[in-house]
Design a protein. Structure first.
Length: 391
């Protein structure tokens, strides 16, 4: 990485209001990135390409380099049957996957476009079913109001509806009903939580929304609805959709949790790397705020040296607002080694998406084969593209 001794700062995984986000407006994310000195930013919404045009225009205005990404939740049936936890610690076989460096303007049609639309529609329908159960609960406790799903879709979303939108809508309705009276709001939440007191101050909206989600909408909660099997596409189908859209299938590592634990799949990075290669995945990413610096460096360096494209991001897909500039779980900024690895990964993605935009083969071709032998050339090409925009 000698040609990248001065890496630019990158955040390659940011959710926006086109799925669910800490940001009220997409521009807020880009303004924060500019202010904090982050030069390369990747939109990474669930099941949605809808924010790409706004992201592109906003980046151009601010001299930021845009990456165009997407996120899915897939299912690997073999892992599920084996009880193997992959990167969803509570659900064996369930596997989050990102696509990095998709073509923009968007190039997705035919069967892959239909499959993406179908899984997004099912995701929205699942949240609507939970909204129905939440309204049954509100009626039973004579709350005096109900959630309007169509209104939530119109006012709080840009088309993709997540369970977090329900939590946000409920908080806003309770705040409105009690005119912000914190004692009355706390009593209401204790009642709907079946006697369980709020752990957070009621004025801390982000924390209360997380409690609403945990107590009512997750497994065991009164408004929880299990997903239908059609809510999850098989991993190989998700990879095909990503490839059809011009992207690079990418595995998001959970890595170590706060107790130092790992999922079954990720416990040994060497075995995980080998399995990913067997599944045709040559790109990985980390959300550093989940991890210790030691594990980040160990895993990222090993995977980079094994030929993987490695990127880092913050998600921002909860109500909590955090910095765009990346740091580990303890708030320590990424080390120089990690900044170099992350920037190299972003350079490959930048060069890849520029190639597919022009109708050429990218770093990963349409069949999913990665040009690993020439990765340094892709890094150099991406570095030139990025610096031309941001400098």
């Amino acid at each position: 990485m000698s040609n990248l001794l001065q890496p630019l700062d990158v955040n390659a995984h940011l959710h926006t209001p086109y799925s669910f986000s800490a940001f009220e407006q997409l521009a807020e994310a880009l303004d924060m990135a500019k202010k904090e000195g982050v030069s390369v930013v990747g939109i990474n919404d669930f099941y949605s390409l809808d924010g790409y045009a706004e992201w592109s225009a906003g980046c151009e205005k601010r001299k930021l380099y845009p990456l165009f990404n997407i996120e899915f939740i897939s299912l690997q049936s073999d892992d599920q049957a084996a009880g193997l936890r992959v990167n969803d610690p509570g659900n064996p076989g369930r596997t989050y996957l990102s696509g990095k460096g998709l073509a923009f303007p968007v190039k997705l049609s035919g069967k892959p476009a239909e499959e993406l639309a179908a899984v997004r529609n099912e995701s929205n329908a699942h949240v609507e079913r939970m909204c129905g159960k939440l309204n049954e609960l509100l009626a039973k406790m004579n709350a005096g109001f109900a959630l309007n799903f169509a209104g939530i879709e119109l006012e709080l979303t840009k088309g993709s509806i997540r369970e977090r939108h329900l939590a946000k809508a409920l908080y806003l309705e309770v705040h409105k009903k009690f005119n912000g009276n914190t004692a009355e709001m706390a009593t209401f939440f204790e009642t709907i939580f079946d006697g369980k007191k709020l752990l957070s101050g009621v004025e801390n909206r982000a924390a209360v929304e997380n409690e609403i989600r945990g107590n009512l909408l997750k497994a065991g909660g009164a408004a929880f609805v299990p997903e239908e099997p059609k809510a999850f596409l098989p991993m190989d189908v998700v990879c095909k959709i990503i490839l059809a859209a011009g992207g690079i299938p990418t595995y998001p590592f959970l890595a170590d949790d706060a107790q130092g634990g790992f999922t079954d799949f990720e416990r040994e990075v060497e075995k995980a790397a080998e399995m990913l290669k067997q599944r045709g995945i040559y790109s990985v990413e980390f959300i550093p705020t989940r991890n210790s610096m030691e594990v980040l460096e160990q895993y990222a360096e090993y995977l980079h040296n094994e030929g993987f494209v490695v990127t880092f991001g913050s998600e921002h897909n909860t109500p909590a607002m955090e910095p765009i500039m990346l740091a580990d779980r303890g708030g320590k900024p990424l080390s120089q080694k990690l900044r170099e690895i992350g920037y190299a990964g972003a350079c490959v993605v930048a060069a890849h998406q520029e190639a597919v935009k022009s109708g050429k083969a990218g770093y990963v071709d349409a069949q999913g084969k990665a040009d690993t032998a020439k990765r340094d050339e892709w890094i150099k090409k991406g570095d030139e593209l990025i610096r031309k925009v941001v400098e």
